[in-house]
Ligand binder design. Structure first.
Ligand SMILES: C[S@@+](CC[C@H](N)C(=O)[O-])C[C@H]1O[C@@H](n2cnc3c(N)ncnc32)[C@H](O)[C@@H]1O
Length: 331
């Protein structure tokens, strides 16, 4: 083989990509990132603290080095800066719960060849079902995914100094936006519209953040529940637009415009793709998740959001990075 010829190792790694999910999910399950953070540095030390076999610990550590989440130096392992920031238990932006959730979802990709053939979810695979228990596992795990976008909102909207504002979070899930925004602004109040079992979870999680006295919930389907008129300073629609069709997004954005006071802001967080669909990488990948799980969803382009928001009556539209998501703010 000459140097000009491609080598198979990159393709081999991609074919075996499910091991990324397996290794990170197993390490998160046994809090390996947390033990490394707290000073365990060898397979024996990790095994003792995690109460797993030493052979298993050594294999996991090899895997973590392989996927670039741990480094080995002078015979001791430690987290990379990324693993330390995003995979240690208890940190606000920890994705450890999300890693465990994704390990449970691993089997679903075996449906993908058929899903691609038919152009949508197989029977029972779609998420657009009232009170779908699917969300109960997901919303606590994905709360951390929305933390960076919520902080972008705090900065971009000057929430801390905005005084007595009212906030509407549609499909708020864990209530993470309310938790962060009500903590940033002690005079703000928030209402979350979501399914009843999810609102119960949100009430518990928002209470853990100490701001439940200014947080209320409305149970129901956002397609059919009235959002009100000129009632809110800020509205949020985070990681929902991707499950909806273009027509539904225009309809919902129009009701958001009506629900906002004049000058009020709609905050949309989602995985947004470039207009020519050349990137970014994660939003492109997420389009497959929507093919697998939603009848009409997708990862929509910046120009889609812009067009839909203009049709809904918004005039001032800006895009803010919260990788891998994008925050769209419309007034
Ligand atoms: C992907 S989660 C996003 C949660 C939260 N907004 C966030 O970004 O962390 C989607 C949320 O929308 C809610 N949801 C989906 N369809 C809904 C509907 N038709 N009516 C009310 N809530 C819905 C789900 O229960 C879930 O809480």
């Amino acid at each position: 083989m000459t140097n000009n010829q491609p080598a198979p190792d990159g393709v081999m790694r991609l074919i075996n990509g499910y091991w990324n999910t397996g290794i990170i999910g197993a390490a998160a399950t046994h809090s390996v990132f947390t033990h490394l953070e707290n000073g365990a540095g060898t397979a024996a030390e990790v095994a003792a603290r995690a109460e797993i076999s030493e052979r298993g610990a050594q294999s996991l550590l090899d895997g973590l080095v392989s996927v670039g989440l741990a480094v080995l130096q002078d015979g001791r392992y430690r987290n990379t800066p990324e693993a330390s920031a995003f995979l240690v238990d208890g940190k606000p932006a920890s994705l450890a719960g999300f890693a465990k959730l994704k390990l449970q979802h691993l089997h679903s990709v075996t449906d993908l060849p058929e899903v691609v053939r038919v152009g949508g979810p197989l029977a029972g695979g779609e998420t657009e079902v009232a009170d779908n228990p699917h969300w109960e596992g997901i919303v606590p795990a994905i709360a951390a995914v929305s933390v960076p976008a919520a902080h972008v909102g705090v900065e971009a909207l000057g929430i801390a100094d905005a005084g007595e504002i009212s906030i509407l979070d549609v499909g708020g899930g864990s209530g993470i936006y309310s938790s962060i925004w009500l903590k940033a602004n002690p005079a703000a109040r928030a209402v979350q519209l979501d399914w009843e079992p999810i609102n119960k979870i949100a009430l518990r999680l928002v209470a853990e953040h100490g701001v439940a006295d200014r947080f209320t919930t409305v149970n129901g389907d956002f397609h059919t529940t009235d959002f009100g008129t000129a009632a809110y300073d800020i509205a949020v629609y985070s990681h929902i637009a991707h499950q909806e069709s273009p027509e539904s997004n225009i309809e919902v954005f129009t009701r958001f415009r009506e629900a906002l006071k004049p000058g009020g802001a709609l905050v949309i967080a989602d995985y947004v793709v470039d207009d020519d669909r050349s990137g970014p990488a994660f939003p492109l990948l997420f389009a497959l998740e929507m093919l697998l799980k939603s009848k009409e969803g997708g990862t929509w382009r910046r120009s889609d959001y812009h067009d839909w928001l203009v049709k809904a009556g918004f005039e001032d539209i800006s895009f803010h990075a919260a990788p891998p998501a994008t925050v769209v703010i419309a007034r």
